[in-house]
Design a protein around this ligand. Structure first.
Ligand code: FE
Ligand code: ZN
Ligand code: FE
Length: 227
């Protein structure tokens, strides 16, 4: 097997993974939107849902360009992120704190996607598949914009609103509360770290470890669909 064959099969494999991830999000985002209290947050999630549906189509187009059936392979990473968000929605009452936690969950999903698409785009470019790379690049830009939008919403007041209910506590108690459940955001998630998420461009580090997640389960190969 030549180097080229190997990278190509990696590309196909990871496209199947992210195809599954996006389709999970198409199902999960409406639940997240419904659980949001902030109108702005709900609108941001709904508009990203529309983008996500388009991203699914872009992946189908990429499979087509590569002459491969559009098959999904279970993305355990996104499954975990989606499950944690579902737990939050189940366990927390609607309100500012849940909104802050929903943003944290959504940003985990965005960062995961940014890492995936950054790698996929680099692989497609390395393989000379420039049309595929362009599709992936368009999606990567949307994921980054979605992430920044979420940071902006958090910074514009959702985090502050989430702490408002805790004002009667004295400082030490508030610190304790922060380390327990009520969805208080750590500085990393929404602020600096989120902004710095440049997109996993690395070719080597991204690929190895996750590979063991056995998959091969193909769901709904809507192969020939084009737009
Ligand atoms: Fe996406
Ligand atoms: Zn995955
Ligand atoms: Fe996304």
């Amino acid at each position: 097997m030549s180097e080229t064959t190997t990278l190509r099969s990696l590309l196909i494999d990871e496209l199947r993974d992210v195809y599954h991830a996006e389709r999970q999000l198409v199902k999960a985002l409406p639940k997240l939107a419904k659980a949001a209290t902030s109108e702005e947050l709900r609108e941001a999630v709904e508009s990203h849902l529309a983008e996500t549906e388009e991203q699914v189509s872009r992946l189908e187009k990429a499979f087509e360009l590569l002459n491969e059936p559009a098959k999904a392979k279970v993305c355990a990473g996104m499954q975990g992120i989606v499950e944690e968000a579902a737990d939050l929605i189940r366990e927390e009452e609607e309100g500012a704190a849940l909104d802050a936690a929903l943003i944290a969950s959504a940003q985990r999903a965005e960062h995961y996607e940014i890492a995936a698409y950054g790698t996929l785009k680099a692989w497609a470019e390395a393989l000379g598949e420039s049309d595929v790379a362009e599709l992936l690049s368009a999606t990567l830009d949307e994921e980054k914009a979605a992430d920044e939008k979420l940071s902006a919403l958090a910074e514009a007041g959702i985090n502050e609103a989430a702490t408002a209910g805790e004002e009667e506590d004295d400082d030490e108690e508030a610190e304790d509360a922060a380390s327990s459940s009520k969805g208080k955001q750590t500085e990393g998630g929404t602020g600096a770290a989120a902004r710095g998420a440049a997109g996993g461009r690395s070719t080597s580090s991204g690929s190895g470890a996750g590979r063991s997640a056995q998959g091969g389960q193909s769901r709904g190969g809507r192969s020939g669909s084009s737009k």
